[in-house]
Ligand binder design. Structure first.
Ligand code: ADP
Ligand code: MG
Length: 567
């Protein structure tokens, strides 16, 4: 037997778990079932794709409660783990953004919503258990399995486990029951049943409950046994009961699924504790069939702008899980969308490489994109408050689409909102166009680092004076997309910091030679290195001078950005 130390970050996370930061402890069971379900998916896939020899005829999850010993056991006959995998996967946190996660978890302490944004996974067992034991045997490996045990403090032990069957068994030694708090009695069959039903009903494998050891609990369990259990009678324990319905949520008509069911499923795939903002169902029949169930979250994940963050949808083929994080199914600028695509006509052997070139996948991606954009568009009128939330949380990401998807410029601009010199709330371009002054033909904007910087810019003076509304663009991405997008609804987008914006058509620009000739000459000579030209302008009302870029030059802010990027 070997005693090893948890990696520092894992230790910190465990600390938070032991001192139970979640107000809802029930979720530990959801996490264990979710891991078991993943392990079953993986075994089925390894058999399908890599030809692994394994018995997959009865993939299932089993729960056992022993009220006397106060133990709770969750067993699966899935892929299992090797000794190295146990040490790597359970002893460390390999996930990206862990440092951020920990910082935010600490900050959040008593706020379950924020904490719920992170999938704390296996470690959540330490909220309810004094000791956790995991025995596992990897499918396709000979010999013994591995036994892992920890009390959630600094160390864990690891040992060989003779005769362990393929799959994984996790046993929790539950904490002593708190007399004041019946809610937390996880050694109660009924409590467990209720939690499974609430959080894990849609899990695609049967979750079976073995009858409890204590006599009264076992008679309860058998009297409740479902028809599936009696058809199971050949199995050695006739009291087995299947707790979940196993229905694939995306295959069921929307009218038959409750919001609560959708929300639980969303939590399962997203690890986001907050209910989603919008649910999208899609079903395509005909030459290429697929079903999709998409969720637009109610808030941005902490790693929305981190390169290495997980993104993409889950891909199923005819109800068989194929892979997580399929980036090919949704464009990067909609990376916050979560969900499942179940395609009927793909090969079960499809790999990530093939996915990238597959025509059907590209078609699904186009359709999903269109559907997400039109759903947001509808929200603008049907539920402006939801729309405002959406744009606040995800607008910055969506605007990236203006760089990558020329075909979707107009739909993306159609769902965009911007601050302007009028009012304090963001406005849509359609509303801006509606308010345009008599004779105004272009949409004016100015980019900068902050609202106040933009509003106090000398470029703004003439526009303010004459009552023109100007878009205030302060996101870094704004600097870039404005160059890629020429117009909205037939109206040119025009930076008021570039070239000469002609506000007073009837008054010609003053003659440079006038009274100011010598002054302009003097300035030009003094600033020779810094500027291209010095000229008189109508655009200022109170400032004496301002810097203007040529129509084709980069803006000062963009110049700064390029410099920061080392270009
Ligand atoms: P996550 O599931 O988000 O990856 P967890 O902390 O829940 O994080 O689990 C960590 C890893 O441990 C999993 O990714 C998986 O590789 C492994 N693991 C956990 N439970 C099981 C299990 N029952 N069978 C096989 N592997 C498991
Ligand atoms: Mg997990």
């Amino acid at each position: 037997m070997e005693t090893l130390e948890f990696q520092a970050e894992a230790r910190q996370l465990l600390q938070l778990m032991v001192h139970s930061i979640y107000s809802n402890k029930d979720i530990f069971l959801r996490e264990l079932i979710s891991n078991a379900s993943d392990a079953l998916d993986k075994l089925r896939l390894a058999k399908l794709q890599d030809g692994l020899e394994a018995d997959t005829s009865d993939l299932h999850i089993e729960i056992e409660v022993d009220a006397e010993k106060r133990t709770l056991t969750i067993r699966d006959n899935g892929i299992g783990m090797t000794r190295e995998e146990v040490v790597d996967l359970i002893g460390t946190i390999a996930k990206s953004g862990t440092a951020d996660l920990l910082a935010k978890l600490k900050e959040a302490k008593e706020s379950p919503e924020l904490i719920g944004q992170f999938g704390v996974g296996f470690y959540s067992t330490f909220m309810v258990a004094d000791t956790v034991t995991l025995v596992t045997h990897k499918a396709g490996t000979e010999g013994h399995g591995t036994r892992w045990e920890s009390a959630g403090e600094g160390t864990f032990t690891i040992d060989d486990a003779e005769g362990a069957p393929v799959g994984t068994t996790v046993t929790l030694q539950l904490r002593p029951k708190d007399e004041d708090d019946a809610l937390y009695d996880y050694a109660d069959v009924w409590k467990i049943k209720e939690i499974v039903k609430r959080y894990s009903d849609f899990i695609a494998f049967p979750i079976r409950m073995a009858a409890a050891v204590s006599p009264d609990a076992s008679s309860e369990a058998s009297s409740e046994a479902s028809s599936e259990a009696s058809s199971d009678a050949g199995a050695e324990t006739p009291e087995m009961e299947t707790l979940n319905s196993m229905k694939a949520l995306w295959a069921r008509p929307r009218s038959e699924v409750t919001d609560e069911e959708y929300h639980q499923f969303y939590r399962h795939i997203s690890h986001d504790w907050t209910d989603p903002l919008e649910i999208i169902n899609m079903k395509a029949e005909g030459t290429f069939e697929y079903e999709a169930l998409l969720f637009i979250p109610a808030r941005a994940p902490f790693d929305l702008f981190q390169r290495e963050a997980r993104r993409g949808l889950q891909l199923y083929v005819k109800r068989v899980f194929i892979m997580d994080d399929s980036k090919e199914l949704i464009p990067d600028y909609l990376r916050f969308v979560k969900g499942v695509v179940d395609a009927a006509d793909l090969s079960l052997n499809i790999s990530r490489e093939i996915l990238q070139q597959d025509r059907h996948i590209q078609m699904i991606r186009r359709r999903l994109t269109k559907k997400v954009l039109s759903t947001i568009k509808d929200l603008m009128t049907s539920d402006p408050e939801k729309y405002a939330t959406f744009w606040r949380e995800f607008g910055r990401a969506v605007k990236e689409g203006l760089l990558s998807e020329p075909d979707n410029h107009q739909p993306i601009l159609g769902i965009a909102s911007f601050l302007t010199t009028t009012g304090t709330e963001p406005t849509t371009l359609a509303a801006y166009v509606e308010r345009m002054k008599e004779g105004q033909e272009e949409i004016y904007f100015l980019t900068g680092e902050s609202r106040s910087q933009v509003e106090n810019s000398p470029h703004m003076e003439a526009f303010r004076e004459q009552g023109y509304e100007v878009l205030i663009l302060t996101d870094p991405v704004d600097e870039i997309w404005v160059d890629a997008v020429p117009e909205f609804d037939g109206k040119k987008l025009r930076s008021i910091a570039r070239g000469s914006v002609d506000l007073k058509k009837d008054e010609p620009e003053p003659e440079p030679e006038g009274d100011f000739g010598p002054l302009l000459g003097f300035l030009k000579e003094k600033l020779d290195e810094q500027v291209k030209e010095v000229r008189l302008s109508h655009r200022l009302t109170t400032s004496a001078a301002c810097l203007v870029s040529d129509a084709n030059d980069v803006t000062p802010a963009l110049e700064k950005m390029y410099r920061a990027m080392g270009q």
